[in-house]
Design a protein around this ligand. Structure first.
Ligand SMILES: O=C(O)CCC(=O)C(=O)O
Ligand SMILES: [Fe+2]
Length: 227
């Protein structure tokens, strides 16, 4: 599933130095295509908002989500907020939902001895023992504002994002951005097709609003390498 051409050493050095890196052409091209097909046509998406606002059923259609977005933007004035569509891969596999969905195979692969060994080599952290995963779809107007990924009940070593939006351009929004001490943006990762964004946790970051003129949705599989 991972590209045979991937060189690990340069990325490991970069991660040690900067605490973040973006690897291009991460998956084998055919795997990236097949997973993207699954994300686009087979996944039963749900709206992801803050837990206290849980919404039942599928997300509203693009032109019918104005009210949901306006309410989220209003709440975002007061603090941490996000809206995007998600599919909780770990829970779905555990609960036996959606049999035959390719994402189940992906989750098993991410937790195979072979992939866990790869996370050790890539990050230099040999205490990583599992990989969590969720699929995400950011449509125009979706966003995830500033947060640091720390969690009380999980030992998250690194966050990862496999980006599967096609031909993503820097002016489509949906950028993964990192904040420095002074509140400036210190690095931006454009979610290029089939790239792997990787960063040490905790670290302040955001996903900027996806533009109305984006010609694709920002699809991804993301989660944490956990100890
Ligand atoms: O999609 C991304 O680039 C980052 C997502 C993220 O920060 C998260 O899900 O916590
Ligand atoms: Fe995050």
């Amino acid at each position: 599933m991972i590209s045979n051409e991937l060189e690990i050493e340069p990325w490991r050095t970069r991660l040690l130095r900067d605490g973040r890196a973006q690897v291009r052409d991460f998956l084998q091209a055919s795997a990236a295509e097949r997973i993207r097909e699954c994300l686009e046509h087979e996944v039963p998406w749900e709206v992801s908002q803050r837990a206290d606002l849980a919404m039942e059923g599928p997300p509203p259609a693009p032109r019918e989500d104005g009210e949901l977005l306006r309410a989220a933007y209003a709440r975002a004035r007061d603090g941490f907020e996000f809206v995007f569509d998600r599919y909780r891969m770990v829970e779905a596999l555990r609960d036996g939902r959606d049999p035959g969905l390719l994402l189940h195979v992906v989750l098993d692969f991410l937790n195979s001895p072979q992939f866990i060994e790869f996370t050790h080599e890539l990050t230099g952290d040999s205490r990583i023992r599992m990989v969590s995963a969720m699929a995400a779809r950011y449509r125009p107007g979706h966003f995830l504002n500033m947060h640091n990924d720390s969690a009380r009940d999980e030992d998250r070593a690194f966050a990862y994002v496999i980006n599967l939006g096609r031909g993503w351009q820097a002016d489509w929004g949906g950028q993964l951005q990192f904040f420095g001490e002074g509140g400036d943006i210190v690095e931006t990762f454009v979610p290029h097709w089939n790239s792997l964004s990787l960063f040490r946790v905790p670290q302040m970051h955001q996903v900027t609003l996806v533009s109305p003129w984006a010609r694709d949705d920002r699809y991804s599989i993301a989660g944490w390498f956990r100890r």
